[in-house]
Design a protein around this ligand. Structure first.
Ligand code: PSU
Ligand code: MN
Length: 299
């Protein structure tokens, strides 16, 4: 796979400057325009402010890009023809010259091939509610089991079945490190009532655990879950009925497969009058800050 590095990423790698991978589905399918463009620029600026070089991953015209310039970021944010590319679609996208935004699973794969070991995102995909009927489980979980990089997230949304998501992460052999918490965070909310993860209190520990996983020959990823800042949190109780309604609407309109997550996100954003969008931006930037610290500890 040919990887096209931005000049800045290439230089950073040659000079031992830490690089932080970022995904592009959160931009193309996770937020509306122009908020998503502002967010993407803010994400890059936050990386620079915290001493790491941003490497946003995307596939443009069948080329794998690691590190985007401003016009590429804007195209990703505003051009609605970008597909959502998970790990299984990488080869397809390259063979058929697609424009596509990469999900957590695809970004993990590309970042790992590009020699980057830390990746910050918003939330990971997981086991959907209604899995009993739909069998809908995100490829992100499988990628976490297979690709040895650090993923920093705010947990996963309560649009998912969080207890089953955490169980499956255990089954798949993925270590989950709660940053200053032993409770799996629920994206917009700091708490979920789901425990069964390990608490860590500093980034040096995270870097050490990752290094031990690697030297121990473990090929799984290291998942760091970082709760949303308190000031931006939306308590779970305010979200439950909105999520319930969004699922019912999705089912009425036969929305399923990879269309489901973007649909649910949009419904929630509309019904919380933008509050969820603000929360989404804040938690993603918070993850970038933590990811930057980890990347610096590793370099
Ligand atoms: N969850 C969010 N925001 C997102 C996504 C998930 O809160 O933008 C995106 C990520 O790119 C993730 C993908 O990898 O959705 C998972 O999609 P699916 O559930 O179809 O696997
Ligand atoms: Mn799915």
């Amino acid at each position: 796979m040919k990887i096209n590095y931005s000049k800045e990423v290439k230089e950073a790698q040659n000079n031992g400057v830490p690089v932080l991978a970022l995904e592009s589905t959160i931009i193309a399918h996770g937020m509306p325009y122009p908020d998503n463009y502002e967010f993407a620029k803010n994400a890059e600026a936050t990386c620079h402010k915290y001493g790491v070089v941003p490497a946003t991953v995307a596939i443009i015209n069948g080329s794998v890009l690691v590190g985007l310039d401003e016009s590429q970021l804007e195209s990703l944010a505003s051009d609605t023809s970008y597909k959502k590319i998970s790990k299984r679609e990488i080869g397809l996208a390259l063979a058929q010259n697609w424009n596509g935004a990469t999900t957590v699973s695809a970004t993990m794969h590309i970042a790992h091939k590009a020699g980057i070991n830390v990746f910050a995102t918003g939330g990971i995909g997981g086991v959907h509610r209604g899995v009993k009927y739909s069998f809908d489980v995100s490829q992100d979980l499988v990628a976490l089991a297979q690709i040895p990089i650090i993923v920093v997230s705010a947990g996963a949304k309560t649009i998912l079945d969080l207890p089953k998501t955490v169980e499956l992460l255990e089954t798949l052999g993925v270590v989950v490190l709660g940053y200053e918490t032993n409770e799996f965070p629920a994206f917009y909310s700091r708490s979920s009532g789901v425990y069964g993860i390990h608490s860590v209190n500093n980034t040096i520990d995270i870097a050490n655990i990752y290094n031990k996983n690697k030297s121990g020959g473990l090929t799984c990823g290291t998942l760091v879950v970082n709760p949303i800042p308190k000031s931006k949190e939306i308590p779970i109780i305010q979200l439950s009925s909105i999520i319930q309604t969004a699922y019912e609407k999705a089912s009425r309109y036969d929305i399923e497969g990879n269309k489901l997550t973007p649909f649910l996100l949009n419904e929630i954003s509309e019904r919380t009058i933008g509050k969820s969008l603000e929360a989404n931006k804040a938690l993603a930037l918070n993850n970038i800050k933590l990811g930057a610290k980890i990347a610096k500890n590793l370099s």
